[in-house]
Design a binder for this molecule. Structure first.
Ligand code: 5GP
Length: 194
């Protein structure tokens, strides 16, 4: 009997507009399924409680540029004036071992991953409604008035783009439900890739 194809892990890319509750969804998903989280490199400074090598690899712009030049990143993008990127070696190693890997990255990077690895499964988290997102952003207290309206406009554009370019869109109106939906997406994708 010949050996069947090597079982490879699934690469899942999760993105969504800021304020949609992406981190909470991903954290809960991590408790429900056996999946590895990729640790990104970033040039932004650590926030209180964040650990180097755990939350991010915190690097300076020079080191980041070096990683880009050496082709060490699967994707990278600028966000909020800082650079963010996914180190490719650990991702490949985990996938080769058959471990599923999740990337929590912004849209531009998500599109680069899909272009480089079409088998990656892209998921975009939607806010339940513009009103719900407005309330969430306003509650954070860092956006008001015209700024808030401008950000909502940006989100509307992001959603229109996501509808065309992502494999799956999930609505975050209930944490348990959205996590269960992503668990189902993982199961379906695994079956489709076998
Ligand atoms: P934060 O600075 O709040 O941790 O992350 C800001 C944004 O950067 C989030 O949308 C996050 O998903 C995204 N991000 C984190 N790591 C990466 C990465 O490696 N590549 C890209 N393209 N985006 C990332």
């Amino acid at each position: 009997m010949t050996e069947g194809p090597r079982s490879l892990g699934l690469l899942i890319v999760v993105s969504g507009p800021s304020g949609v509750g992406k981190s909470t969804v991903i954290e809960k998903l991590g408790h429900e399924v056996d999946i590895a989280f990729s640790v990104s490199a970033t040039t932004r400074p650590p926030r209180p409680g964040e650990e180097d090598g755990v939350d991010y690899h915190f690097v300076d712009e020079e080191r980041f540029a070096d990683m880009v030049d050496r082709g060490e990143l699967l994707e990278w993008a600028r966000y909020g004036g800082r650079s963010y990127g996914t180190p490719v070696a650990p991702v490949r190693e985990l996938l080769d071992r058959g471990t599923d890997v999740l990337l929590d990255i912004e849209n531009e990077g998500a599109m680069q991953v899909k272009a480089a690895m079409p088998e990656a499964v892209t998921v975009f988290i939607l806010p339940p409604s513009p009103d719900a997102l407005r309330t969430r952003l306003a509650r954070r207290g860092d956006t008001t008035g015209a700024d808030l309206e401008a950000r909502l406009g940006v989100v509307a554009d992001q959603i229109a783009h996501a509808r065309r370019h992502y494999d799956w869109l999930v609505v975050n109106d209930d944490l348990d439900q959205v996590v269960a939906e992503i668990v189902r997406i993982l199961a379906v994708s695994r079956r489709m890739q076998q």
